[in-house]
Ligand binder design. Structure first.
Ligand SMILES: Cc1cc2nc3c(=O)[nH]c(=O)nc-3n(C[C@H](O)[C@H](O)[C@H](O)COP(=O)(O)O)c2cc1C
Length: 391
């Protein structure tokens, strides 16, 4: 079936080398070329970025999740699920899914099946928010846990205050590593093709990694090696549990979300890549671009991930601010293998098809990003009316 899609693309879309007269909107755009990594074959490079959607009531994935994800699934596409909690203390947003209980694993299964029936690959992003939480979201209204007891004033995503965290004791850390390991095992049991470790955006792993947040004096604080120790232990445990070829990680060394800053992001990113490369066949590294720079009044992706892409031996995914043109450019240039799209994919369930046809895009509605309605701003974004080209 995958070959059908690929050969269909090839037939319809003449090569980039075709004469300029032939090059029109049916050109074989780089984003729509196939890609093979490890045991997986993709028919295109437009990846669904992980997107927290707050519609998993009681932290249990819901049947409407199957509608949402299968809307975005294409034959030979790659979807990354929304951040999914590894334990009861992992939650920082209302109604986000988990994967630490039997009920949650069972609830994920029909969603994963629905995606697989459409022929797509599906990775589960697993996370722990650490201090980006409130007592109300924690078991028995305990303080959220972190690398530190320094609180952040506000979760800027939700616009709500966070509670003062409790610094994890050194001897508690192996237990959290084990939560990640067991969540990865559960994800594979639920049918996911692999897991993406959320080591980005100011959540627990970054609270350890970045020197602006980590003020520990034990072996998990201080030097770069010490600060990365927790993340490295999580990676090692998960690789050991499910195999390197089912493991990806998301990193955002340049971002400063949730007050997580680092004085030397290049060194941090390079160190993490070096650790990832120790696992032969580790599947992918997914990196988020620095915040956009404004050049001549326009926002520009600064493309500072190239050294990491060059150093990493696996598949590279870039994300953050990409559109069709920028995505095509970076794939054509070899800056990345795959491009993950967040807001555009959220608002355009048939984004790969729209890119293929160079069709217009629906606008995303920010006000419904984190609301809890099972349809509104979730599964009600329109598809292209033209039904002649199926996904
Ligand atoms: C509603 C929303 C939810 C998000 N949830 C997550 C998440 O669960 N995990 C994550 O790593 N990033 C998350 N992100 C970040 C996106 O994956 C992506 O990196 C970001 O939107 C930038 O890419 P874009 O310009 O293509 O939207 C979220 C972004 C949005 C808008």
């Amino acid at each position: 079936m995958q070959e059908t899609q690929q050969s269909k693309s090839k037939q319809c879309f003449p090569s980039r080398q075709a004469s300029s007269k032939m090059v029109h909107r049916q050109e074989a755009i780089p984003l729509m070329t196939p890609y093979k990594f490890s045991q997986f074959e993709l028919s295109h490079r437009v990846v669904l970025a992980p997107l927290t959607r707050c519609r998993s009531y009681g932290n249990v994935p819901q049947p409407h999740g199957a509608v949402y994800y299968s809307q975005r699934a294409t034959r030979g596409g790659l979807l990354i699920a929304e951040a999914t909690g590894v334990s009861a203390t992992a939650q920082g947003y209302p109604e986000t899914p988990g994967i630490w209980t039997r009920e949650q694993v069972e609830a994920w299964k029909p969603i994963v099946d629905a995606v697989h029936r459409k022929g797509a690959l599906f990775f589960c992003q697993i996370w722990h928010v650490g201090r980006v939480s409130t007592k109300e979201l924690q078991p028995e209204r305990q303080a959220p846990i972190s690398s530190t007891d320094k609180e952040i004033s506000l979760n800027p995503v939700l616009g709500i205050a966070c509670s003062k965290p409790r610094r994890l004791l050194t001897e508690e850390i192996p237990g959290i590593v084990d939560d990640f390991r067991s969540a990865a095992r559960n994800a594979i049991e639920a049918g996911f093709d692999g897991v993406e470790i959320n080591g980005a955006h100011g959540y627990l792993l970054e609270q350890f990694m970045k020197d602006g947040a980590n003020d520990r004096t034990d072996e998990y604080g201080g030097s770069l090696e010490n600060r990365c120790r927790f993340a490295v232990e999580v990676i090692n445990a998960i690789v050991h549990e499910v195999g390197a070829n089912r493991v990806g990680i998301r990193l955002s060394p340049f971002m400063d979300l949730m007050d997580c800053t680092d004085s030397d992001p290049m060194a941090l990113g390079s160190y993490m890549i070096q650790e990832l490369n120790k696992h032969e066949g580790l599947l992918y590294c997914h990196m988020v671009e620095p915040r956009m720079a404004i050049v001549d009044g326009h926002s520009h992706i600064t493309h500072r991930l190239l050294p990491f892409r060059k150093a990493f031996t696996g598949t590279f995914i870039a994300a953050g601010g990409y559109d069709r043109e920028e995505g095509n450019n970076v794939v054509a240039e070899g800056y990345t293998d795959l491009v993950a799209y967040g807001r555009l994919f959220l608002a355009n369930p048939d984004l790969p098809k729209r890119f293929l046809l160079d069709a217009s895009l629906n606008k995303y509605e920010r006000s419904t990003f984190y609301t809890q309605d099972p349809v509104l701003g979730y599964t009600d974004y329109p598809f292209l009316e033209d039904k002649s080209n199926d996904n």
